[in-house]
Design a protein around this ligand. Structure first.
Ligand SMILES: [Zn+2]
Length: 385
């Protein structure tokens, strides 16, 4: 059911500074109380600070970042979970957090993949060349930087063994669908889509699409005398892999005992499949017809569109001159895309104290729900967990 939301008073302010309990706004992006979201998004610096959208990939201990604005609010152990970062463009407020992330992953085995618009690999190299790396040869750090270049994705590697100097990797195709949206990365659980828009410089807009949503029917689970546990994650993975039907799995009974059961039978009985969750992230774009069209294609049917809304429409001329949208335009994009929810952000400091007007303007242009994304738990809270 689509929630109509013309008034600011109905804005979903599920903001809470305290971890999973505070992500109700994001969790219900699925519009289904029984469906658990796979992507849990937070705005690291809220709606008014540097752009950085943290996306937890549930149950997998890994996270994605859209933009690398100031990341100093994130605890080191959180940053260690970042597997991929997508940087829309390298204006300072979107890229200044790179150093903070880099410092945390210097000793990490798992590579970091970082993607951006044309010229992005040069920007990463430029950042890395700002430091001396003579003592790093034995560090496991590996950064794979990639950039969209026409119908190709160019890539390069920077590793500790190579003193973080640039070493080229093979290109791969950047394939686009009928709507012109390209695939940046595809894996079993989700795909990562992107397109290049105009902000005076090329800017990358992003969409995350869960391949298929698999949820557990708790009533059926209980009826079978089983209880939730880590084994359900394995069962979902088997379901996604479409492994042979004769595979067995150790389920967990209500008494806490392991019980070996055929995976195919459990998949049929207790799992249900539905279209996957969709999240789009659009920021720093000129309000040109071409940009708007591309943003709508990326945000098509999104459960959540996180979209810049830096200016009020009364300042539309100034917004266009600076290469940005107004809150009304953000609402119109969400509306035209058929998005369920809109999280406006990247508010200009010129409206400090008038943020309510930005929320209101976005809510007036959009018939879905306008929400305020939570911020992740801060450093101190993280240490106490
Ligand atoms: Zn910018």
């Amino acid at each position: 059911m689509r929630a109509r939301n013309h008034s600011f008073s109905k804005r979903d302010t599920s903001t809470s500074p305290s971890g999973p309990a505070g992500i109700r706004g994001a969790d219900t992006a699925c519009d289904n109380a029984n469906m658990r979201a796979v992507f849990l998004p937070y705005l690291v610096n809220g709606a008014g600070g540097d752009p950085a959208l943290w996306v937890d990939v549930m149950d997998e201990g890994r996270a994605l970042l859209c933009d690398l604005g100031d990341l100093s609010r994130l605890a080191p152990r959180k940053l260690m979970r970042v597997e991929r970062a997508m940087v829309t463009h390298t204006h300072m407020d979107h890229f200044i957090g790179f150093d903070v992330l880099l410092r945390q992953i210097l000793g990490r085995e798992r590579p970091l993949t970082i993607s951006g618009p044309p010229g992005f690999i040069d920007r990463v190299e430029g950042k890395l060349r700002g430091y001396d790396w003579n003592l790093i040869e034995h560090y496991p750090v590996k950064i794979i930087a990639e950039e969209i270049d026409g119908d190709r994705i160019r890539a390069a590697e920077f590793s500790g063994a190579g003193s973080l100097s640039r070493s080229p990797l093979p290109d791969r195709p950047f394939t686009r669908d009928a709507a012109g949206v390209g695939v940046l990365h595809a894996e079993r659980a989700f795909t990562l889509h992107a397109d290049l828009l105009d902000h005076g410089i090329p800017v990358m807009a992003i969409a995350l699409r869960e391949t298929e949503h698999i949820s557990v029917n708790k009533d059926r689970l209980t009826r079978r005398g089983l209880r939730p546990g880590a084994w359900l994650r394995e069962l979902k993975q088997i379901a996604r892999r479409c492994r042979p039907a004769d595979e067995l799995l150790d389920a967990e009974t209500l008494e806490g005992e392991p019980r070996r059961l055929p995976a195919a039978e459990l998949i049929d009985d207790i799992l249900s499949r539905s279209p996957g969750q969709r999240l789009a992230y659009v920021t720093d774009i000129r309000p040109t017809p071409e940009n708007i069209e591309k943003a709508i294609a990326l945000a098509r049917d999104a459960d959540l569109l996180v979209c810049e809304a830096p200016f009020l429409h009364e300042d539309a001329a100034l917004a266009a001159e600076r290469g940005h949208l107004t809150a009304r335009q953000a609402g119109e994009i969400a509306q035209a895309a058929g998005a369920r929810r809109l999280a406006p952000f990247h508010f200009s400091p010129r409206y400090t104290g008038r943020e309510a007007e930005l929320w209101q303007e976005a809510a007036t242009a959009f018939q879905g729900r306008v929400i305020e994304l939570p911020q992740p738990a801060g450093r101190q809270e993280d240490r106490l967990q």
